[in-house]
Design a protein around this ligand. Structure first.
Ligand SMILES: Cc1cc2nc3c(=O)[nH]c(=O)nc-3n(C[C@H](O)[C@H](O)[C@H](O)COP(=O)(O)OP(=O)(O)OC[C@H]3O[C@@H](n4cnc5c(N)ncnc54)[C@H](O)[C@@H]3O)c2cc1C
Length: 414
């Protein structure tokens, strides 16, 4: 049994705290806000067992031109930021080359495919089955040629990974979703995905389970972390907190803390927005409007529209044009109803250029452990990498854990 401090109470940190607690360690979870209030609060709520391949940068000229000219709503960027992110984008681009991406996906698929099974015991033990829908989601397409291409790609994923996906023609989709106002060219039904009606509440519910089982949550600033002769210490609202080992699960803020200990972790922050609408349109499952880069998830707060990626400065103020464009685009599919009044939320997908989360021991500090960089799928993968991390901290490491470990990835952390 060891005393362990987990820094960051998003889905990844809370899941890590639970996995370490289950192995008999004495765990303190630290956050400067409550559990599940940042990126794990505002995402689209998909637990994506179908996300077997991580998002690569497209390499076809047509798509790149649509990004460059601002025609795509999937990815937008601030030209002033390009020089600052050029190096990390270039590394991401290199890793998006087909052969490299295939090798990365071989690891990624093993994580994604067990994600729902790894969430299930936590959903059950925290008593939150009411938040989970196991209907999958629909991806709709407006142009026949784009749909045909996507259906071929879905067939490939089905053949290579066994993903459960069905192509539906316009009439079949219309009868499944009678609330959708306008015919679409076709839809893909991804059946392996679970979706959550309140991602922040699910994360907070997992944290409640951790404290009910004897874990401790403290309000503290991770950036106050110092190393002592016997271990680690941070300042918290309850005074200094000490532990023999530390886990950094700070999502988008992981690199900030590691910099203080001499590490460089190149990260691409892909910002996303959400907004809720009091929509009268019933949807049997969440719907992604693939060509407009927007997802619609029924949640406890209303119909949540979540956007694609904005490559902007992490500290830049809210500029939700993607959300506004997306809302305008989907208003011909559903009656959105009035926008729920709320402070504009945005968060950052913490993406590493090799598209894999960083899980394992810090290269030069044997009692400092990392679990962050889950990019587009941290809500999905939190419980899975938490189990791998807990194994590694207990000295067990299989080939999957080795593939994610900092020691195997000198370009991801140095
Ligand atoms: C619009 C959008 C849609 C998305 N949709 C999905 C989806 O459908 N499915 C999916 O799997 N993923 C999705 N993602 C990605 C997913 O949300 C993230 O990968 C995931 O939430 C990351 O979890 P985390 O625990 O690593 O980070 P976070 O949830 O951000 O947690 C980090 C924690 O660290 C704390 N922290 C930071 N700095 C300090 C400090 N100095 N001191 C103390 N505490 C600190 C923060 O308060 C926070 O609680 C989406 C992301 C966005 C932006």
């Amino acid at each position: 049994m060891s005393q362990i401090m987990v820094l960051g109470a998003g889905m990844v940190g809370v899941s890590s705290a639970l996995a370490l607690q289950a192995r008999g360690h004495q765990v303190t979870l630290v956050d400067r806000r409550g559990p599940g209030r940042e990126t794990s609060f505002g995402n689209a709520g998909f637990i994506q067992a179908e996300a077997v391949e991580p998002y690569a940068i497209p390499r076809d000229l047509r798509t790149l031109l649509s990004y460059a000219t601002g025609r795509s709503n999937d990815i937008v960027y601030d030209p002033a930021q390009l020089p600052r992110i050029a190096k990390v984008l270039l590394a991401y681009w290199r890793n998006s080359a087909p052969a490299r991406h295939r090798a990365i996906a071989a690891t990624y698929a093993r994580l994604a495919q067990r994600s729902t099974a790894d969430h299930q015991p936590l959903i059950a033990a925290s008593g939150q089955d009411n938040l989970i829908r196991r209907t999958g989601y629909a991806q709709v397409f407006r142009d026949g040629s784009v749909f045909d291409g996507a259906a071929r790609e879905a067939e490939r994923l089905k053949a290579e990974y066994g993903v459960r996906v069905t192509a539906k023609d316009a009439a079949t989709f219309a009868s499944a979703e009678p609330g959708v106002k306008r015919p679409v060219a076709g839809a893909l039904a991804w059946d392996d995905t679970w979706t959550c009606a309140d991602p922040g509440a699910l994360t907070a519910g997992y944290a409640d389970l951790f404290t009910r089982q004897g874990g401790r949550f403290v309000d503290g600033d991770a950036l106050s972390l110092t190393q002592s002769a016997t271990g680690w210490q941070i300042d918290s609202a309850e005074g200094p907190v000490e532990a023999e080992q530390v886990v950094v699960a700070l999502g988008p803020w992981g690199p900030d803390l590691l910099k203080r200990f001499g590490y460089r972790v190149p990260m691409l922050w892909k910002r996303g927005y959400h907004g809720h609408f009091d929509s009268p349109t019933p949807l049997s499952r969440p719907v992604m409007d693939a060509q407009n880069g927007i997802v619609m998830t029924p949640t406890t707060r209303g119909l949540r529209l979540a956007t694609g990626a904005a490559l902007v400065d992490r500290e830049a103020p809210a500029e939700p044009r993607q959300l506004e464009r997306g809302a305008k685009a989907v208003s011909d599919l559903v009656d959105l109803g009035p926008r729920v009044q709320e402070v504009q939320w945005f968060g950052h997908r913490p993406c590493l250029p090799d598209m894999l989360p960083l899980v394992g021991q810090a290269p030069r500090h044997p009692t400092l452990w990392l679990n962050f960089g889950h990019g587009h799928q941290g809500f999905t993968l939190g419980p899975t990498t938490a189990l791998l991390l807990a194994d590694a901290m207990d000295g067990q490491r299989d080939d999957l854990a080795t593939a994610l470990a900092p020691a195997s990835r000198p370009a991801a952390i140095h």
